[in-house]
Design a protein around this ligand. Structure first.
Ligand code: NAD
Length: 475
């Protein structure tokens, strides 16, 4: 079984012990990762601080060249990275509608190159006889990145690459459930970057590494993707030195289907945006509100697609959905399903843990549920979709917005102008019309309310890794 090491100051670091990385399709360990501790965080911060002066003053074009080289290294190692992502996370190599580890690694490569090409030009806001005023963007220093298990490699790239592009150095901590693809990425990147620019520390659950990063006085910014409760703890811990923060937190996205659509025409797309990666994507559609006139027909279509979906080990090329990533998440999905059952929900398909090894749950479509039960009010983060009937559009917009979360939302209709108007009434960071969860490296993405602070991607995302310096030159 392969042993994955941390990298601090450009050097491999094996801790005193290792911890197992479980393949959720089998329930068995397939790799070991270094069980680091808080002293490794201190070492990584020292290395990142030492590397910052040279990296931040490296000419822009050189930083861009090195980041493109990282993109090329990811591409050259794509099959290996895909296998690691599938084994540690469970998502299939190909997956439902092409959402699998191929997309994850392909996305990581694309985001790396697009971000390498972004620019933060000096803005001149006044240049007259009195004075010239310029606005400069400067790197912050050391960025602490903390990532979740659902898109482990892609999210690490989303954090690390813009941080580096803007001239910061990084201390990265992946989820203890999915550290290996990220460890391999950092190893590849360290063959390209100067030592100390990108460091990675891994540890067991309960190691306190995440909290140590959040608290560390030598770290200037935290970028965190994960659950809302953890985001709140990080914010508290980060107050000591007023760290800058980007928090991408949980979502419980609503999709609203108007009466003018043909259920047969949109069912497959709706199913895809709700169930891709087994519903374990922050911006999956998680509450589906359907007009009463097409409710039964759309429910039946969704259930029929769910029954035909191929669930299994993601290493098989034909698998569409893999396992739930971990036992705790599987138990949580079961808990929400049982709670819905006890409230009279109608299970149109699924609703059971699958027999055999691994953490598999049947793709599940649940009708006759409404706001106020846990399956609708909480983010299930699993392969289960509540479908909720509505009759009045103003009422359903109110219900969609009646959530502490505000990541994404969508309107589905043949009347695009009307749908766009309604979409703008949704309280969320991204609103889609006839789409859900679709993101791209040049458009900002982030949550409002308790789904997060700040945005990622494109110029807006890159700016979050900088502070503004205003320069006034009197004439
Ligand atoms: P999580 O919050 O349990 O863990 C995320 C990371 O935080 C892990 O690396 C974990 O070790 C670390 N961590 C745990 N406690 C910490 C602490 N006290 N201080 C610092 N770090 C700590 O989240 P998860 O279960 O891995 O991920 C699932 C959640 O992430 C879902 O709620 C999902 O919606 C959200 N998510 C959001 C986005 C987005 O862009 N908004 C994207 C993906 C996932």
């Amino acid at each position: 079984m392969k042993n994955y090491f941390m990298i601090i100051d450009g050097k491999p670091v094996f801790a005193d012990s290792t911890f197992p990385v479980i393949n959720p399709a089998t329930g068995e360990a397939f790799a070991q990762a270094a069980a680091g501790n808080i002293s490794h965080v201190d070492d990584a911060v020292v290395a990142a601080r030492a590397a910052f002066p040279a990296w931040s003053s490296t000419p822009d074009a050189e930083r861009q060249r090195l980041i493109h080289a990282i993109g090329a290294a990811l591409e050259a190692n794509m099959p290996e990275l895909m296998e690691l992502v599938t084994k540690e996370n469970g998502k299939p190599l190909n997956g439902l509608n092409g959402v699998g580890s191929g997309m994850e690694v392909g996305g990581a490569i694309a985001w790396t190159h697009v971000t390498a090409d972004l620019q933060l030009p000096v803005e001149v806001i006044q240049d007259n006889d009195e004075a010239r005023i310029e606005v400069h963007r400067k790197p912050l220093g050391v960025v602490g990145s903390i990532t979740p298990w659902n898109w482990p490699l892609m999210i690490a790239i989303w954090h690390v690459i813009p941080a580096l592009r803007a001239g910061n150095t990084v201390v990265l901590k992946p989820s203890e459930l999915t550290p290996v693809a990220t460890l391999r990425f950092v190893e590849l990147a360290n063959a390209i970057l100067p030592p100390g620019v990108l460091n990675i520390v891994t540890g067991r659950s309960g190691s306190g590494i995440g909290a140590a990063i959040a608290k560390h006085p030598g770290i200037d910014k935290i970028v965190f993707t994960g659950s809302t409760p953890t985001g709140k703890q990080i914010m508290q811990n980060a107050a000591g030195n007023l760290k800058r923060m980007t928090l991408e937190l949980g979502g419980n996205d609503a999709g609203i289907v108007l009466s003018d659509v043909d259920p047969k025409a949109i069912a497959s797309k709706l199913f895809g945006v709700a169930f891709n990666n087994n519903g374990q994507t922050c911006a999956c559609l998680k509450r589906l509100y359907v007009h009463e006139s097409i409710y039964e027909e759309l429910c039946a279509e969704l259930a029929s697609i769910a029954r035909k979906t191929i669930v299994g080990n993601g290493m098989s090329p034909e698998t569409q959905l893999g396992p739930v990533q971990n036992q705790a998440q599987l138990s949580f999905v079961q808990e929400l399903a049982e709670d819905a059952r006890s409230h009279g929900a109608r299970f149109l398909c699924g609703g059971r843990v699958m027999d055999g090894v691994g953490y598999f749950y049947e793709p599940t479509v649940v009708a006759d549920v409404t706001d106020g039960i846990r399956l609708v009010d909480e983010e299930p983060f699993g392969p289960i979709l509540p479908v909720i009937k509505y009759s009045d559009i103003d009422d359903v917009i109110r219900r969609a917005n009646n959530s502490p979360n505000g990541l994404g939302g969508s309107i589905w209709s043949n009347d695009r102008a009307k749908a766009a108007e309604l979409a703008l009434r949704l309280e969320c960071g991204t609103a889609w019309v006839n789409e859900h969860g679709a993101i791209q490296p040049d458009a900002p993405f982030g949550g409002v309310k308790q789904s997060g602070i700040g945005v990622e991607f494109g110029r807006y995302g890159l700016e979050e890794y900088t502070s503004i310096q205003t320069l006034k030159i009197m004439k």
